[in-house]
Design a protein around this ligand. Structure first.
Ligand code: FVH
Length: 299
């Protein structure tokens, strides 16, 4: 008989504030894992399905926060977080407040200070998953804040599935990682869509072209690791080729996209960074040396 893990045995009562797509997925998963779950949402109708599954609907956010030692907040944005926190302060002493709402590192650090003033431990979290991934092996959930608070509640948080990663004691760190990672997502996806527009202009179907991109990405881990090492070392061997070669190649890429009527705004920005770096005498550096211009925008 396999031994039961701490997570398997854990039945900590949990409160979920916010029942949008993600909040509902969180509350459903806690219920399915046997946690007594109290829920609250600004629009009360969204609690109906969860009540039918055994959740307790609280009459107010303070009542909901008072109902459990672990309070999970997952609403649209920091404005919503602030409006809710303004009402629950007196219900929080002794509790762990886990904020899974997306926000900036500064907002997370301010919320952590607010929670401490109200006698609660604050963990900030980032969810790199879709609602349907919650409770499955997919997705990343990142946390930061007091390590003892995380360790106390880790077994319960692990019920949310995916890879549960504790980043560190600075409450803002999970938001740093989250914003950095979704930044990679947005800039990759928009670049990919421009590429699909380019091949589309040549009557090449996106699904025909896609395997060339997925194949390229599958081999990119080594380059990404090398670029990280170059960034940390401040030494830029010609990873992905020297900047002088990139400069010539980018002129051709910009011309090719322009010929197909596709915007080149971001490419021209990249080209301007390359030209600046080459002009500073770094034409033999690798692409990673652009980090020196990104961190120091031109005056
Ligand atoms: N959905 C996703 O795939 C992404 C995955 C990555 C992480 N995000 C973040 O999760 C937060 C919640 O996102 P969501 O998808 O659940 O958002 P909605 O379905 O739009 O639900 C929004 C809830 O927020 C409540 N709300 C909005 N404003 C207020 C307010 N001023 N006071 C109180 N509650 C407020 C809203 O309530 P109602 O409109 O139903 O009354 C919903 O419960 C978010 O940070 C994502 O970035 C999800």
């Amino acid at each position: 008989m396999p031994s039961m893990s701490a997570a398997d045995n854990d039945r900590t009562p949990v409160t979920v504030l916010g029942l949008g797509a993600m909040g509902t997925a969180l509350a459903t998963t806690f219920l399915e894992n046997g946690h007594p779950t109290t829920v609250w949402n600004r629009s009360t109708d969204k609690a109906e399905e969860l009540v039918a599954k055994g959740a307790v609907r609280a009459a107010s956010a303070p009542d909901a926060a008072a109902a459990s030692p672990l309070v999970v907040l997952c609403v649209l944005d920091h404005h919503a977080v602030s409006e809710i926190l303004d009402t629950v302060g007196d219900a929080l002493p002794g509790r762990v407040l886990v904020n899974l709402t997306s926000g900036t590192p500064a907002q997370a650090r301010a919320a952590a200070r607010w929670a401490a003033e109200h006698g609660a431990d604050y963990l900030d979290g980032g969810i790199l998953a879709d609602p349907q991934d919650i409770g499955t092996s997919n997705g990343f959930l990142l946390y930061s804040g007091p390590q003892d608070a995380f360790e106390t509640r880790e077994a319960t948080l692990k019920a949310l599935g995916g890879v549960t990663t504790y980043i560190g004691t600075d409450a803002g760190q999970a938001a740093v990682y989250f914003m950095a990672l979704i930044g990679v997502g947005y800039e990759t996806w928009i670049s990919y869509l421009h590429t699909l527009a380019l091949v589309g202009a040549e009557n090449i179907k996106a699904t025909t072209f896609a395997p060339f991109v997925t194949g390229m990405f599958s081999g990119m881990n080594e380059l990404l690791t090398a670029m990280a090492r170059a960034t940390d070392d401040g030494y830029y061997p010609p990873d992905a080729g020297p900047l002088g070669v990139h400069a010539a190649l980018m002129d051709d890429l910009i011309a090719t996209r322009q010929a197909s009527g596709i915007d080149v705004e971001r490419l021209e920005h990249v080209k301007s960074l390359i030209d600046r770096r080459v002009a500073e005498g770094h034409g033999a550096d690798g692409f990673s040396s652009l980090i020196e211009t990104i961190g120091n925008p031109s005056t």
